[in-house]
Design a protein. Sequence first.
Length: 204
Amino acid sequence: MSEHVLQAFGIGVGGRPRPLLPPTDLELWSGEVRALVGEPGHAHAALALVLAGRLRPDAGDVVLNGVHDERRRQAAVALVDVPGVSEPDEKVPFGVILGEELALAGRPARRSAVRAWAPDIALGRRTEDTPADRRTELLMRAATLRPKVRFLVLTLPDRWGVTPAAWQPVAAEIAEQGFGVLVTVGETSRHLLSVPATTIGDAQ
């Protein structure tokens, strides 16, 4: 997989009484894992949407390999478990969610195919009853199956109690395959991180 870079320069999204996303910088290369830290709130989802070309920022810009092209970013940046966007419905069987993920990747999505891909998962068990660590891992791995994806943005896994100790090894393994992985976390997870981290709202 060739090298790619996703860069954000002072991206911000307005709002009242406070901006949804304060101006934020980011540089994420394929093959690396980075974290962005911030208090839980709308900034995490807004950031993910802007990076993936699904929301135009009110300030700043995002480029993929030096080029501003929202359509290319929409294909290249996978949004993983973003609240209100790609977060799976907790009441839906997790096997159904995985089937949808496989279908997005252009793979067989029948129950037998899901079972073969994730044999340890009780397919009929609701998403909310599936262990959060494993659920997060499978959603990350499923995103890498999409042919044009080069970057993953995982949003606030700590809201489910998924600590850096759980997601960092998975992210590192995915990065070794050539993907860039960005994970946004709350302030309580900052001291647990072993990957490079900056702060949401930290723009030069």
